[in-house]
Structure formats: C-alpha cells, structure tokens
Write a protein that binds this ligand. Structure first.
Ligand code: FPP
Length: 281
C-alpha cells in the first residue's frame, strides 16, 4: 500500500481510508459516517488512485458544487422508455436536489442543463428539453422564491426561444434577493465563455486573469470547489474549463435520474476528506 509522502501527519488516506474503501464489510467512520450507507466502492470511481492524498481537517465544506447531469438517455433505454422520460425523471432529480440544498453547506449549485453543442441533437429531443425547461421554471419558481433560492444563468441564454428568455428574465428578477444560488448553464459552452471574456477584457485594455474572470458568466459565483459528473463518463464536455482549474472532481457511476440528495451528501463527505493544495505543498 502506498505511504503518505507528507511529513508530520498523524494519518493519511493511504493508511486510514484505503482498507475500508476496498473492504465491502468495513464501516464508514468520521466525516461520512452519518450519511446513509451506499457502498462507496459501488458509487465512486477511481478511489484507489487517490490513496496518497492526506486527510485534512474534517470541517471542510464545499461552497460551490457543479454537476454535469449525464445519463438520462441510458436510464430511459435500460427501462425501455422513450428518451424524453429520462429527461423528465432528470428534472425530478434536479427538483429534489434543489430542495435538499438547505441541509448542506452549498451556497451555489451549478447545473449543466443544455450545452451549446446540444443543438446537434434531434429536433424532437431539443424540443422536449426546451419544453421541460418551460415547465420547470413555471412550476418551481414559487418554490424557489419561498425557499430563498436565487437563480443565475450561465451561457448565451438570450439565444433561446423568446418566451423562454422572457420567463428567465422574470425568474431572475423575482429570485434576485435569494441567499442560495441555483446556477443553470443554458446554451452554454466554456470555450465560447472564455473567448468572449478575453475579448471584453482586451476591449477594456486589461488582459489579466482577474480581468478575464470578471467577464465570465460565473463572475458573481463563489470559486468552484467540486465538480461532479454522473453516469460514469470521465470528461468535462466543455463545462467550466476555467472555473475547474483547482476544483476537485468526482465521477460517479450513477445515471442522473437516479442521483439523489444522499449521493450529494456523500460527495460532500468525500470532498471534506480531500486536501487541496492549489499548487502549493
Ligand atoms: C445528458 O443526458 C443530459 C442532458 C443533455 C440534459 C440534462 C437535462 C436535464 C437533467 C433536464 C433539464 C434540466 C433542468 C434544470 C430543467 P443524456 O441524454 O446525454 O444521457 P445519455 O448519455 O445516457 O444518452
């Protein structure tokens, strides 16, 4: 088993966590102990490659979590249902997750709902996704307001259908006083985001990291702490490429419609055990 390379540490992941992670009978202790038991090795991929990371203080909390919600289509296929059903169940998973935010440390949850590349999907699927968006805003806006959720949109959302733009403008205005942010990436592509931010920075005569950051869609959001992708795929798909520079990553073998608030709590517990060095040592 690999040894922790850092000096003066009482314990490290290689010594303390690896045995329980890989033993199906081992019981969780410490940070994640009060989270209901799903065998970690069944849910989180690539645990073993992180066995050299030392454990940090257990009070570490993630303020900003982003999720690539992947696997709606596969979920539907496995159940012999139309793809649209997978997306519909995906919206239900979103709803439950947003409801659970008040029980977490998360100040901002960013969801990748529609990428600028998703226009390449068949027209009826794009229509389904847009209709789900309309229904979601209409049905859930009162709950956002009641639960102090502030909506933020990333992406070229003004390029969506005029009625959706109007609904979003209304939702942004009505939730503007909320204390916890739900950021939704719509018609979003990270390379385009960085390009337009760099262009604006250049036009203003200051091409620095700080100036570019000020022009990103994410400018008002806290720094990204944790990026999760569901469905077992391990790639970023043009999502938050700048913001993820020092984010922790978690790739989970759960299809998005099956993702629950419990998975999120386990992800937060996993995050709390990581040591982030931001390039230092
Ligand atoms: C990827 O699954 C998912 C999407 C492209 C859309 C995500 C959208 C939702 C969860 C619903 C809309 C969200 C809101 C906030 C209203 P996929 O279809 O690519 O799955 P597959 O890889 O299994 O085919």
């Amino acid at each position: 088993m690999p040894r922790c390379k850092r000096k003066n540490r009482k314990s490290c992941r290689s010594d303390r966590l690896a045995p329980r992670l890989h033993s199906p009978r081992a019981k969780p202790r410490g940070v994640g102990a009060n989270v209901s038991r799903i065998p970690l090795e069944a849910v989180f991929r690539n645990r073993s490659i992180r066995t050299e990371i030392c454990v940090r203080s257990p009070d570490r909390t993630a303020r900003h979590v982003a999720i690539i919600m992947d696997g709606n289509g596969r979920w539907a296929k496995r159940k012999h249902l139309p793809r649209a059903m997978g997306h519909r169940k995906g919206v239900e998973a979103v709803r439950e997750l947003v409801r659970s935010l008040k029980d977490t440390s998360i100040e901002c949850l960013t969801l990748y709902a529609f990428s600028s590349e998703n226009w390449k999907r068949p027209e009826d699927e794009v229509d389904d996704l847009m209709n789900l968006m309309r229904k979601f805003i209409k049905s859930d806006l009162p709950e956002f307001i009641a639960n102090d959720i502030k909506l933020h949109i990333l992406g070229n959302w003004q390029g969506l259908a005029p009625d959706i733009v109007e609904m979003l403008e209304d939702a942004l205005q009505k939730t503007s006083k909320g204390s916890r942010t739900l950021a939704v990436a719509l018609n979003y592509g990270s390379q385009a985001e960085i390009t337009q931010a760099a262009r604006k920075a250049a036009e203003a005569g200051e091409v620095t990291e700080e100036a570019i950051e000020r022009h990103l869609y994410s400018a008002p959001l806290p720094p990204l702490d944790l990026l999760i992708r569901t469905s077992g795929e391990v790639r970023l798909s043009n999502f938050l490429l700048w913001q993820a520079a020092y984010a922790e990553m978690l790739f989970i073998d759960v299809l998005w419609p099956d993702f629950t608030p419990d998975h999120l709590k386990r992800a937060l517990a996993d995050f709390a055990e990581r040591e982030r060095r931001f390039g230092g040592r």
